[in-house]
Write a protein that binds this ligand. Sequence first.
Ligand SMILES: Cc1cc2nc3c(=O)[nH]c(=O)nc-3n(C[C@H](O)[C@H](O)[C@H](O)COP(=O)(O)OP(=O)(O)OC[C@H]3O[C@@H](n4cnc5c(N)ncnc54)[C@H](O)[C@@H]3O)c2cc1C
Length: 390
Amino acid sequence: MTLANFRTETRAWLEENCPPGMRTPMPDEERVWGGINPVFKHPESQVWMERMVERGWTAPTWPQEYGGGGLSAAHNTILTEEMRRLRCRLPLFSFGLGMLGPMLLELGTPTQQAHYLPPIVRGEIWWCQGYSEPGAGSDLASLQTRCEDRGEYYLVNGQKIWTSYANHADWIFCLVRTDTTVKHAGISFLLFDMSGPGVEVRPIKLISGTSAFCEIFFDDVRVPKSQLIGELNGGWNIAKKLLGHERAMISQLGSRGGGQLPSLEHLVRKYTGDTTGPITDPAIRDLLVRHLINDRAFELTSQRAMAGGDAAAGVASMLKYYGTEQNKRKFEILMKCAGSAGLGWEGDGFTADDLALCRHWLRSKGNSIEGGTSEIQLNVIAKHVLGLPN
Ligand SMILES: Cc1cc2nc3c(=O)[nH]c(=O)nc-3n(C[C@H](O)[C@H](O)[C@H](O)COP(=O)(O)OP(=O)(O)OC[C@H]3O[C@@H](n4cnc5c(N)ncnc54)[C@H](O)[C@@H]3O)c2cc1C
């Protein structure tokens, strides 16, 4: 179908099928993660997810044989633009869609792809990411979670930390050590069920009272051998591939996270009181315009970089670095404009936008840590893009 026809058809379909409540800014607690026991906090989010699943548009570019939409990058850009035009919420958000699935499409066996991909598209399994450990964050290859070959199965013992939403997750994609005599070449990549014996999840409470973070303890967890991805001891390259997808996904959170907040321009106007006409304060106007220009340039650069459907390691690091730093700058601009209204935590004196702004501002700081810190992205760029010595 031509791009023009696709745009017309997509616009009409979205107009007809996206419920009105799904065209509003999305509070974090209404985000749909799917899973074996999915939670739909907004009355219209289930029907919206189901319609998009049927169309294959929870994973628009994945092959149709796995339930995806089979769209080209150009068609997908149009879908994204049309969804943004209507302010449609993302129908489903998951680490399966953003990380595990894209990696399996490249490196999984046909059997693994047929088994794991369709439930991800349909939002039936909530996946979490078991990479970080107490002694292995930026230096991820130092991980110690032991995995022994016990003939019929693998036996896993150890601990993970900072595992987002592990307390809700059904399955985990997990890096384990299968050879203790070498570093990178002794790591393997396993998938397993979190509800089985030996898996204990402990949420980590933060000072805010809530947190997505968990610790996970593995005590003699038995994992069927068919759930190893790639070769035994070949997990490091798989881990890096997945990180590339994760970084590309995180880089887009600021601009395409599903419209959790009204647009930057709308909020700046609201907080400055300049709801129509030019923004009076030239310093704020300058900040806003520069930011919007950089946003647009970043959006076009991202589209070009990912046109082939995949961003190479160095490119994913560049996108992740710029996208997350840009997202932090956006919230700093808003905090400048909002003044004390932006520091609201609870209470009647603050609007819903004020309260959301404060939480998003704080949350944006984590964007440049999760998936590898900004310093680590700069190291990757120095080494793999600029060819500088270690
Ligand atoms: C919001 C959020 C969600 C997360 N979710 C998950 C998850 O679901 N699963 C998971 O496995 N992990 C998760 N993490 C953990 C995340 O991957 C790690 O926090 C991250 O990789 C950094 O590791 P660290 O916290 O151990 O910091 P460290 O590695 O101890 O780093 C501390 C500081 O030192 C700097 N530093 C370290 N090494 C270098 C170097 N070589 N050169 C320059 N500077 C360096 C870092 O940039 C950082 O500023 C999450 C983290 C956050 C913030």
